[in-house]
Design a protein around this ligand. Structure first.
Ligand SMILES: Cc1ncc(COP(=O)(O)O)c(C=O)c1O
Length: 382
């Protein structure tokens, strides 16, 4: 049987979440949540209950939860929505390790004349709080700092970053797509104005997420149509998906301590074995990280080669590089940490779920030992 260790990419749907969704997928409940008749009211109450569940999971008010199609849309809405409400091209500050769904809309704004700056990280991937001075330069229209990095799992000091910008009234966005369900997430306590969430990272359905928006945040919608979701996200609600998101968020928070402990035990077992392999490097080793994530390299072994060899052995992981125009590029996250490009190209990401078992870790370690002992030294990077 395949060993699935790519849970930061997507997780299996929890059976309890599926049960919560089933009446809205296969009947007996259907309809449009905007309709005034009985069917519509039943849908509306399901959406509003899920809104409360999601809000509770991140310490927000239900009115602040805007349902979207997922993390990518939420990140785009945060960046492009705030920019659209700004008087003209201004300044944007994003951490150097943000997900592509945050970086790419920022880069699109740069092409339209915005000054997009990156907030640097240290060699362990942690935001360098001392590297920016809010008193210098024009106030950014938006600052964005993710809660946990999807590649190396490094946790960022979001509350401290937000506190730096609060006196200037600069809105701070936090992409918490990877954090929710693995570490506590605290919209109110962190003092951010916008927060991205995604259901399929926490055993919920794919294609649904949220942007949490504080009452004071000023942004425009990306789409125009009805008045759904406070006018920020028009379109008939994906009721089954939203119900699943609500159920998954509630379960993830109720079971957080137990899930985190199980994942941390797997991570520890894996890292102990990994350290015994020749040439192994763990990226962000010295930083506080998500309990489920290990990004590592085996010196001399190209990450994609390791991924494909593990796939042949029935183990699913992810590599750290992205393919652009047929050429593998080292991860921008590792480059921002000062990792040399040739070492960055060795990156492999393993991300556990609470459903993984110690045997999965042992199978992975055995496969990696074989890979290092035999083939990868002769492989040339793709
Ligand atoms: C940190 C982070 N933000 C955003 C996203 C995008 O989320 P979605 O897949 O729901 O579009 C991901 C997905 O990998 C992610 O890891």
């Amino acid at each position: 049987m395949t060993v699935y260790l790519d849970n930061n990419a997507s997780t299996v749907l929890d059976e309890r979440v599926l049960e919560a969704m089933r009446p809205y997928l296969a009947g007996p409940l259907w309809g449009n949540a905007s309709s005034l008749h009985r069917h519509g009211r039943v849908m509306r109450s399901a959406v509003e209950r899920a809104r409360e569940q999601v809000a509770r999971a991140v310490n927000a008010h239900p009115d602040q939860v805007i349902f979207t199609s997922g993390g990518t849309e939420s990140n785009n809405l945060a960046v492009l929505g705030v920019a659209a409400a700004a008087p003209g091209p201004g300044r944007l500050l994003i951490s150097a390790v943000e997900h592509a769904s945050l970086r790419e809309p920022a880069h699109a704004l740069a092409r339209r004349g915005w000054r997009v700056e990156e907030w640097p990280v240290d060699g362990e991937g942690r935001l360098r709080l001392d590297a920016v001075d809010p008193a210098c330069g024009p106030a950014p229209a938006l600052v964005s700092v993710m809660a946990a990095n999807n590649e190396n799992g490094v946790l960022q000091p979001v509350a401290e970053a937000a506190a730096l910008w609060r006196p200037l009234g600069v809105p701070v966005h936090c992409d918490a797509a990877q954090a929710l369900g693995k570490v506590p997430v605290d919209f109110g306590g962190w003092g951010v104005q916008l927060m991205t969430l995604s259901a399929h990272k926490l055993h919920g359905p794919q294609g649904v997420g949220a942007l949490v928006v504080s009452q004071g945040a000023v942004l425009r919608p990306l789409l125009y149509g009805g008045r759904h979701e406070r006018g920020l996200r028009p379109g008939t609600e994906n009721v089954a998906g939203i119900v699943g998101f609500g159920a998954a968020a509630e379960l993830a928070v109720a079971e957080l301590a137990e899930r985190a402990a199980r994942m941390a035990a797997l991570r520890e077992r894996f890292e102990a074995g990994l350290r015994r392999l020749p040439g192994a490097v763990i990226f962000g080793d010295g930083a506080e990280r998500l309990p489920n994530t290990v990004q590592f390299g085996l010196r001399g072994c190209h990450g994609e080669t390791v991924l494909l060899q593990l796939d042949r052995a029935g183990i699913a992981v992810s590599s750290g590089s992205a393919c652009h125009s047929g050429v593998n590029q080292p991860s921008h996250v590792l480059l921002a940490m000062g990792v040399a490009p040739e070492l960055a190209l060795t990156a492999v990401r393993v991300s556990f779920s609470p459903r993984n078992r110690a045997e999965d870790v042992d199978r992975l370690l055995a496969a990696l030992a074989e890979i290092t002992a035999t083939r990868c030294a002769q492989e040339t990077p793709a």
